[in-house]
Design a protein around this ligand. Structure first.
Ligand SMILES: NC(=O)c1ccc[n+]([C@@H]2O[C@H](COP(=O)([O-])OP(=O)(O)OC[C@H]3O[C@@H](n4cnc5c(N)ncnc54)[C@H](OP(=O)(O)O)[C@@H]3O)[C@@H](O)[C@H]2O)c1
Length: 361
């Protein structure tokens, strides 16, 4: 049940870090929203966290992403035909034992099964499918960090393979493969099946920022806020020397949400891969911001060497954002796309950790 009467959007994985912001923005902009989560308890958690959302969206439980039936049922049982799908649900947890089963299969099948269901049962009202992809399906996991390469563009694809990830038992590589294969499968499906709707894929790098998702303790902090920010406050890293990130560019979660909701109606977005990157992030940049903005946390946050922005010898390859910026601008309210900067993103993230008591004040 939803009092909103705008176009009907299906949002998957609504209890996630990013999807919570997307849901908030969809409701704010008057969309009629149905969300999927894996259990009723997770739906209840969303409403416990946001009591004011009660009655404002419908819920469908999809516990298994690797078979067609739940997705077929989702479209069969829709109270109104869906006009749009925003698919965000995908494993983002580096603590796995079986890379193939826990990461790659749900990411790829989650994407292909919902696309098939939208095609077969979505009807002629389905206009667009927006897939939350990742910069890791664009960048090269084996990038030579000792020298800056040619900037990445929307045309690049990560050469990483499932065999490499599995052989090395490397969960970060496994995640990269899961996102790349999920996106590839989506484009392949569009080519083979020519559905009535079009596809937009949004590819953000490391996402940071405030948390709106259900939080039940320090472990509920999402994976990227944890490794990029909280780990410098909670004692995980006692020094900056030797700390490396898997990637060195970020985007704020509010920009990720805005890009997805804008993409529903942006005429320039159809059939595009959109890169979403605000700027550089590094361990040193993050601690510089926390130590400056939160003097009360200073004794817990390592100082490092404030002027050594990147780890010694690290020269990450940049991103050519011209094409994506042009598309994002065309979808934005005043035809202008401006990114939230790192300082704002880190400060908002830490404030939300304090508010949710996931770090000690
Ligand atoms: N955070 C980043 O830096 C970043 C960057 C680029 C792209 N992304 C993409 O953004 C999306 C959301 O990430 P997030 O940061 O919001 O992570 P998150 O908070 O962990 O949310 C992930 C969502 O996906 C669901 N999910 C995970 N594994 C699933 C499975 N096997 N079957 C069904 N649902 C599953 C989760 O459900 P449960 O709560 O039930 O597990 C949750 O709703 C992912 O597609 C991720 O690849 C994230």
């Amino acid at each position: 049940m939803s009092p909103n009467s705008g176009p009907h959007v299906l949002l998957t994985g609504a209890n996630g870090f990013v999807a919570s912001h997307i849901l908030s923005m969809l409701l704010e902009r008057g969309y009629d929203v149905t969300v999927t989560v894996r259990s009723q308890a997770k739906a209840d958690d969303i409403l416990r966290t946001h009591p004011s959302w009660t009655g404002r969206f419908a819920v469908a439980i999809v516990s298994d992403f690797t078979s067609a039936k739940p997705f077929d049922d989702l479209f069969h049982n829709a109270k109104r035909p869906y006009n749009y799908v925003i698919h965000t649900a995908s494993p983002l947890n580096f603590n796995v034992t079986d890379i193939q089963k826990e990461m790659i299969e749900p990411a790829v099948m989650g994407t292909t099964e919902i696309l098939k269901a939208a095609h077969h049962y979505g009807g002629s009202d389905m206009k667009r499918f927006v897939l939350l992809g990742s910069a890791v399906s664009v960048l090269n996991s084996f990038e030579d960090l000792s020298r800056e390469g040619k900037p990445y563009t929307e045309k690049d694809w990560n050469p990483v393979t499932a065999e490499q990830a599995i052989e090395r038992k490397d969960a970060v590589l496994g995640y990269n493969v899961s996102k790349k294969r999920g996106e590839e499968a989506a484009w392949e499906f569009m080519k083979q099946s020519s559905p009535v709707f079009d596809l937009v894929v949004i590819n953000p790098d490391i996402i940071t920022g405030p948390m709106l998702h259900p939080i039940s303790g320090p472990k509920s902090v999402n994976e990227t806020n944890q490794f990029a920010i909280k780990s410098f406050i909670d004692g995980t890293h006692k020094q900056i020397d030797g700390v490396m990130f898997p990637f060195y560019h970020f985007v704020d979660v509010r920009d990720v949400a805005r890009s997805h909701v804008d993409a529903l109606t942006n005429p320039a977005a159809g059939g595009q891969r959109i890169l979403l990157i605000s700027g550089l992030i590094s361990p040193q940049l993050v601690v510089n911001i926390i130590r400056r903005a939160f003097p009360e946390l200073r004794d817990r946050v390592p100082e490092g060497n404030p002027s050594q922005i990147l780890p010694p010898g690290v020269h990450p390859t940049g991103w050519d954002m011209r094409v994506s910026l042009d598309i994002l601008s065309q979808g934005a309210k005043d035809q202008k796309w401006e990114y939230i900067d790192l300082e704002t993103s880190v400060i908002s993230a830490v404030r939300s950790m304090i508010a949710t008591k996931t770090i000690r004040e």
